[in-house]
Design a protein around this ligand. Structure first.
Ligand SMILES: [Ca+2]
Ligand SMILES: [Ca+2]
Length: 260
C-alpha cells in the first residue's frame, strides 16, 4: 500500500504541472490552482489501481466449523448421542480506520485495539491487523492474541492453510482454554493438530460465548479489519472528486472561451 501511495503522489506532482502549462496562464491564480488540484485528482483516479485493503480478512469459517464439530462434540446424554457441534457464524466484516493500530507492538496498542470492540458479548470480536508483534511480550513471531476468557482476539493473516487453526486456537482462549499440548491449544509453531480433548470440549460447552441449544449450538463472530488512514480513501470517492474536476474543467473551459 505504501508503494501504491508513493506512486499516487508522484503522479500528482509530475504530471499536473505539465498538463496545465499549456492552458490559460494569464487567467486568475485561483482558477489555475483549482484546475491544478482537480486535474491532479482526475489523473490520480485514472492512474491508480483499484483500492485493495492491506490486511486480508481470512475468517477460514469452513475450517473453524470443522474444528468445532470434531468427534468429541458428539456425546452420550443417557442412552442418546447428542450433537454438541458448534457452528461458527461470521457477521459482515467491519472496517475501522486507526493508522496507529495496523501494527500492534505494545501493550498500550493492544489495549486500545481491544477497546474498539463493542460491548456485544456473547459475540466474539475478531480483529485482523497487518502485524501483531505484542501479546504479553514483544516478539515478531507472535501471530495471535486473545483474552482468556473473553470475547476479543486478534490475528495476523498467515495464509489459507493454517488460518483456521490459528483463528480456532485464539477462539479457544476466549472459550477459556489455556495452552496445553498436543492439539489445538499447543503453544508452539506446530501445525496440523486441531484435536480437542473431552475435558476441553467440556470447558467450551460451559462458555457463555456458546449460544443456542444442542444440536443447534453456535458462536457468533464479528470480523473487524483495521486499516490506516492512507488506505481509507475509497476509489468511488476519488472518482467522484475526479468527476467534480471534470465538471469544473468544463465550466472553466467555457468561461475561458467566453472571455478570451
Ligand atoms: Ca459456520
Ligand atoms: Ca507478528
Amino acid at each position: 500500500m505504501k508503494s501504491h501511495l508513493a506512486r499516487y503522489d508522484s503522479n500528482i506532482s509530475d504530471l499536473v504541472p505539465r498538463k496545465v502549462q499549456g492552458r490559460q496562464l494569464q487567467t486568475s491564480g485561483i482558477g489555475v490552482i483549482c484546475t491544478l488540484f482537480f486535474l491532479g485528482v482526475l489523473l490520480a483516479a485514472l492512474l491508480a489501481p483499484a483500492v485493495t485493503w492491506a490486511v486480508t480478512v481470512n475468517t477460514a469459517e469452513a475450517g473453524m466449523d470443522s474444528i468445532f464439530s470434531q468427534g468429541r462434540f458428539r456425546r452420550f446424554e443417557g442412552e442418546v448421542i447428542v450433537d454438541f457441534s458448534i457452528d461458527i457464524r461470521f457477521n459482515p466484516i467491519q472496517t475501522i480506520v486507526r493508522t496507529g493500530l495496523v501494527d500492534i507492538t505494545s501493550e498500550t496498542e493492544l489495549t486500545i485495539l481491544f477497546g474498539l470492540a463493542p460491548a456485544n458479548s456473547p459475540t466474539v470480536n475478531m480483529f485482523f491487523v497487518d502485524a501483531l508483534d505484542y501479546c504479553s511480550s514483544l516478539d515478531v513471531n507472535i501471530i495471535g492474541c486473545a483474552n482468556q476468557p473473553g470475547n476479543k482476539l486478534v490475528v495476523e493473516n498467515i495464509g489459507a492453510a493454517d488460518q483456521a487453526e490459528l483463528n480456532a486456537h485464539e477462539l479457544g482462549h476466549n472459550l477459556n482454554l489455556p495452552h496445553t499440548s498436543p492439539g489445538l491449544m499447543t503453544d508452539r509453531d506446530v501445525w496440523g493438530n486441531t484435536a480437542l480433548t473431552t475435558e476441553q470440549v467440556d470447558i467450551i460447552l460451559t462458555s457463555p460465548l456458546v449460544q443456542g441449544t444442542a444440536p443447534g449450538l453456535y458462536i457468533d463472530i464479528t470480523p473487524i479489519r483495521i486499516i490506516s488512514q492512507l488506505e481509507a480513501v475509497p476509489l468511488p470517492a476519488t472518482l467522484l472528486l475526479a468527476a467534480s474536476g471534470l465538471g469544473f474543467l468544463g465550466l472553466y473551459g467555457v468561461r475561458n472561451r467566453e472571455t478570451v
